[in-house]
Design a protein around this ligand. Structure first.
Ligand code: GLA
Length: 376
């Protein structure tokens, strides 16, 4: 009798332990981790986040990058809508920015120079006469540390990069964190936190390219875009803002009502000629929840962009040229992807009239951007 009781108690205890560990691993089971290689002695992994719909996002800690986003079209057929490489070598050899987190200063800094508190800082030039996207070894080209978050409602992974003082010319021991959360409503939420031990400048974005047909299936000129921005920042011939905030009214930059990306892209408008298409910062009105939206009439897929940042760079893949082959053997041709890079305005450290980009030890930089997918 006593022995039977003991067996029963043991069985109940084991079941309880089993249940507890299931509960604790709830979020973990929504994220699986595979080896993706190593970079400068650090392990690189591929993380697969699956939500309750069975829709999948893949991430890697190399460049804190989005690798794949698999979402249904209006018939329920799933397809990958973002650019990424099959292997870590693809990332090391290929285009620097696909899906990456870009820092310490996203987009361009004129002539690679800025002055802060009376001190002039010099950055490496990697884009003609300018510094682009944090320089050649910016945050996009680093292996971040990774943590699969536990106890969350949705699959979530946190990447952290600790940047030493003066790396790529930027002052401050800076710690950057991004948490990717993939909700059951197909929202990919990117929560950023950046701290420093010394005054510096910050502009962080995600540089994902999208093609809502599914990547590798034609260009994005037939996608319809809406951008809630009443002005944009015109650029010079090296794509540095002139300082003007130009109203979009009456220009091919007016996306306050939906327009096909290709509808006006070929017009002889000065800024389209200088940019080789759209490659401009839009000054967001920030008045409605959704800041930008792109719809593909053929598949019905929609992406909505929601951000607390003051600007978004619409870039229409004008530098893509078919030399990059991504996941599934897909070739990324001219204008076969668009980016909506939420950000502070390019070259802000040199533009006193733009919203400030100074990061201080007293106050962390906190920001959130969401890419939400759906169909219509
Ligand atoms: C941003 C820039 C573009 C280009 C891409 C990367 O969108 O504004 O000019 O450099 O990044 O190719």
């Amino acid at each position: 009798m006593k022995r039977e009781r003991l067996i029963l108690l043991t069985a109940v205890a084991l079941a309880f332990i089993g249940l507890c560990s299931c509960g604790n691993n709830k979020a973990k089971e929504m994220v699986t981790t595979e080896n993706f290689g190593s970079f400068e002695g650090q392990e690189v992994s591929l993380f697969t986040l699956t939500n309750k719909k069975g829709d999948v996002v893949k991430l890697t800690n190399y460049g804190a990058a989005i690798v794949e986003i698999n979402v249904p079209d209006r018939n329920g057929d799933k397809g990958n809508v973002t650019f990424g490489y099959e292997t870590l070598d693809g990332y090391l050899e290929g285009d620097a920015y696909f899906g990456k987190v870009v820092g310490q200063f996203a987009n361009r800094v004129a002539k690679g120079k800025f002055t802060l508190d009376g001190v002039e800082y010099t950055l490496a030039l990697n884009n003609g006469p300018n510094s682009l996207h944090g320089g050649p070894t910016g945050w996009h080209s680093r292996a971040w540390t990774a943590e699969v978050l536990k106890g969350t409602d949705f699959p979530a992974v946190k990447f952290t990069y600790s940047k030493p003082d003066m790396e790529e010319g930027y002052p401050g021991n800076v710690v950057a964190e991004v948490v990717y959360t993939w909700t059951d409503d197909d929202e990919l939420i990117m929560d950023y936190k950046v701290t420093t031990d010394r005054r510096t400048v910050i502009n962080i974005t995600n540089h994902a390219y999208f093609n809502l047909h599914g990547t590798g299936n034609g260009d994005i000129l037939d996608h319809e875009a809406l951008i809630r921005a009443s002005a944009f920042t015109p650029v010079d011939s090296t794509l540095i803002p002139t300082g003007e905030l130009r109203p979009v009214e009456g220009t091919p930059f007016d996306f306050r009502t939906p327009h096909l990306i290709g509808e006006r892209i070929g017009e002889a408008y000065d800024q389209l000629v200088l940019g080789g298409g759209y490659d401009h910062n839009f000054v967001l009105d920030n008045v409605e929840q959704v800041d930008a939206e792109v719809y593909d009439p053929s598949t019905g897929r929609v992406i909505q962009v929601i951000t607390d940042q003051p600007g978004v760079q619409l870039y229409t893949g004008n530098f893509l040229d078919g030399t990059q082959t991504g996941r599934g053997g897909k070739v990324y041709q001219y204008r076969s992807g668009f980016c909506l890079e939420t950000q502070h305005y390019p070259d802000s450290p040199n533009q006193a009239s733009f919203p400030p980009v100074i990061l201080t030890p007293e106050e962390p930089f906190l920001s959130s951007t969401t890419y939400k997918f759906g169909v219509r």
